[in-house]
Design a protein around this ligand. Structure first.
Ligand code: GLV
Ligand code: MN
Ligand code: MN
Length: 425
């Protein structure tokens, strides 16, 4: 390929900057599912895909899917190698989380197209519309639709304004209007897939610590999320003796410390309470209710499930002792997802050929590849995260040179890609 790939890196970073201008908040980057900023980002991605030489469709959940059609000589038998990541963000997030895994393959397709190079398979780039769970407190909404694993109960889930997912989809103008059959029909046929590969910023300090630009992911840690509602009794802050209170917030505080203590007991186990509210609280009223989120993850499903059992039992014990009630609502969990050795090895071969160290590491963060792993083999290429490895934070950063190296590796990977022989599938 004669294309000068040195321009890849900065071009990808520039596009991440441009995409970050579409934000729900004036300060920083927040891009929640189906907000005006989110729709603008979706349209921008579709335009860039078309300009790169792809045909584009938008599915019933808002995924933007660009196809770089296979070499005509392959004919109708061509199957699909898929890549992609999400374009929604956490509140005040970073501009590369998810987006790098869309923008980088678009740049790669643009370069292949400009050089007149076609691949012997269809190559699809997916901009997944929702992964973070910010608006509807779920996760992997978009990849669950593509993987045919959408949970219909989620349609009744409400955002903070009481808008259900069903109504948000109906009002969106997306194809299918939020009807369940349309969401189910958007599932990809697993038999058509050759695999799914995702490029993502590492979101941690490991590659930075080892002085390496790229890493190959071995597995993605499973995760479980919960919403907990603790209820007590509102009463006067000045007159109710300390021993006679049913304080929902004090109970929640004890529960949160239990999450921290239990998850600190085992390496790879992590637990986070990232949202905490006293709804309609007043400074002079004992809290009648307190709500908090819990996010629990581990590299092994058994370790995560054991911790969850202990924590849920502990929450009920704390509630009973304090005269409170606690309702624990679980978002469908996502289990640990192993990456496929045959795909990892093809990335490894490219790294080796380019004189780069073949470094493998697990992912503690969740990724769309976890959901796609339910229907096809997956692999992930991690790109070094600067600023100490910080992510889910506006300080998240990568260098243009690391983006360039990742794009060059990706080009080589695509050009030398060997499907798994049918008998091993
Ligand atoms: C996604 O970023 C997650 O790991 O929660
Ligand atoms: Mn994220
Ligand atoms: Mn991400």
């Amino acid at each position: 390929m004669t294309q000068n790939t040195t321009s890849f890196g900065q071009a990808i970073l520039d596009r991440a900057d441009q995409l970050a201008r579409f934000s729900d908040a004036e300060a920083g980057l927040t891009c929640a599912f189906l907000t005006p900023a989110h729709r603008a980002a979706q349209a921008q991605l579709a335009q860039w895909m078309e300009e790169a030489g792809m045909s584009v469709r938008i599915d019933a959940i808002g995924n933007v899917i660009g196809r770089y059609a296979a070499d005509a000589a392959v004919g109708d038998s061509a199957r699909v190698l898929m890549t992609g990541s999400h374009f929604d963000t956490v509140r005040n997030g970073g501009r590369y989380d998810g987006r790098l895994g869309i923008l980088l393959p678009i740049a790669v397709v643009g370069a292949l197209n400009a050089a007149g190079i076609r691949l012997p398979y269809h190559f699809e780039v997916v901009g997944f519309a929702e992964e973070e769970g910010l608006r509807f407190k779920t996760s992997f909404l978009a990849s669950s639709v593509l993987a045919g694993r959408f949970d219909p109960a989620l349609l009744d889930r409400q955002d903070v304004d009481g808008v259900t997912l069903r109504d948000a989809l109906a009002a969106s103008g997306l194809p299918g209007g939020g009807e369940l059959p349309a969401l189910q029909a958007a599932a990809v046929d697993p038999a058509s897939l050759l695999g799914f590969v995702e490029v993502h910023i590492e979101q941690g300090p490991v590659l930075l610590h080892h002085g390496l630009p790229l890493g190959i992911v071995t597995q993605i840690a499973g995760s479980s999320r919960f919403q907990v509602r603790v209820e007590g009794l509102a009463s006067h802050a000045g007159t109710t003796p300390m021993g006679m209170r049913k304080d929902a917030a004090a109970g929640a505080a004890e529960m949160i410390l239990l999450v921290e203590q239990r998850c600190g007991e085992v390496p790879t186990l992590v637990g986070t309470v990232g949202q905490l509210q006293v709804p309609e609280g007043s400074s002079n009223v004992i809290p009648a209710a307190c709500m908090f989120s819990m996010d629990i993850r581990a590299g092994e499903d058994g370790i995560r499930e054991a911790a969850i059992a202990d924590i849920v039992a502990g929450i009920q014990r704390i509630a009973a002792r304090r005269g409170l009630t606690a309702k624990v609502e679980r978002v469908p969990p996502v289990n640990n997802a192993p990456c496929a050795r045959w795909l990892m090895d093809q990335f490894g071969a490219v790294l080796k050929k380019r004189g780069l160290q073949v470094f493998e590491l697990p992912s503690g963060a969740g990724h769309d590849a976890m959901m796609m792993q339910r229907v096809t083999d997956v692999a992930m290429l991690f790109v070094r995260c600067g600023n100490g490895g910080i992510s889910h934070n506006p300080l998240e950063t990568i260098t243009a040179d690391d983006a360039r190296q990742a794009a060059e590796v990706f080009v080589d990977f695509l050009r030398h890609f060997q499907p798994l022989p049918a008998m091993r599938r």
